[in-house]
Design a protein around this ligand. Structure first.
Ligand SMILES: [Zn+2]
Length: 306
């Protein structure tokens, strides 16, 4: 896969999103910054690529904690840098007490950062001396955008399209829909016909047709019974907590889950299990999928390097 020399992909695990670093003549910029517990690593990776040059800009495709958790440390380290967030989130970021609940809804954390500029739909953005168009791509997150460079046919797809599937349709957990939006976003990507996709998680890929086929079949499967998205969402949210903590006492899982508002909403809206039953169900699911193992009285992340 040949990428322009002014862009470097920092492929991360699943706890932190991938970061795309651009070294243009005018400025250095990064798209997405990973999760807060990996922030030191994010800073080291950026410093390793940029050497003595400062980072001038952050662009967050969407404000999920695994995409903006490195903003804080980067803003501290590069005081002149400007952070660009989706326009719909701009005011909320700069009034952190309103932003905070959006992270705690998933049981995740994010250290406070500032937003200096808003990214509007169809904005043209210079990154790495190339022109990128910000295309609004709701579904996984109502205010996410993706970035497309027509000249090279490169799409930075965030969590709208992965090599296998896409991110949880979070709005649906709360009962706000989202499936139609996912489908419309996939249609938009299909129309763009990118040659290379750099997803928010996982390796970059070129067989975009195959990825789209898989994504369309997945959205059809979820739409047929939205409970499937809720169940998947609950599994993903516990897996995230497990990736962050590495091991969780089995007896603490019910209480932990009951403190995650999106888990309780998804359960209430689609499953209605009791607290213990829900914990037992999701632990069994993660073990079956090979995503976790039980070691004595602990649930342990089976893929610690992911
Ligand atoms: Zn996301």
């Amino acid at each position: 896969m040949k990428l322009p020399p002014s862009m470097v992909i920092l492929e991360r695990g699943w706890l932190s999103s991938n970061n795309v670093l651009f070294t243009g003549k005018q400025r250095a910029a990064i798209v997405d910054t990973g999760y807060c517990s990996h922030q030191q690593q994010t800073l080291s990776l950026v410093q390793h690529v940029l050497k003595d040059r400062p980072l001038d800009a952050i662009y967050n495709t969407h404000l999920h904690s695994d995409h903006c958790g490195g903003n804080h440390i980067l803003e501290q380290h590069y005081p002149a840098l400007r952070t660009h967030v989706p326009a719909a989130e701009f005011a909320r970021v700069n009034n952190w007490s309103r932003m905070k609940p959006t992270f705690s809804a998933t049981g995740q954390h994010c250290e406070e950062f500032r937003a200096h500029a808003a990214v509007h739909p169809d904005d043209l953005i210079e990154l790495g001396d190339m022109e990128w168009k910000a295309l609004y791509a709701p579904g996984h997150h109502p205010y996410s955008y993706i970035l497309f460079n027509e000249q090279h046919g490169i799409l930075i797809s965030a969590d709208a399209l992965w090599e296998k599937g896409f991110g949880v349709v979070f709005p649906a957990l709360d009962g706000y829909g989202g499936f139609k939006e996912v489908r419309a976003t996939l249609d938009m990507i299909d129309d763009l016909a990118p040659a290379i996709v750099i997803p928010g998680h996982g390796r970059p890929f070129t067989d975009v047709k195959a990825a789209l086929r898989e994504a369309y079949s997945r959205i059809a499967y979820l739409e047929e019974d939205p409970k499937r998205n809720a169940q998947h969402g609950i599994k993903v949210l516990l897996k995230f907590l497990l990736m962050e903590r590495q091991r969780i006492k089995l007896t603490e899982v019910p209480e932990l889950l009951s403190k995650v508002p999106l888990v309780t909403a998804a359960n209430r809206n689609y499953m209605n299990y009791g607290t213990i039953h829900l914990a037992h169900w999701v632990i069994t699911q993660l073990r079956r999928a090979g995503a976790a193992v039980v070691d004595n009285e602990f649930l342990v992340d089976s893929e610690p390097n992911r």
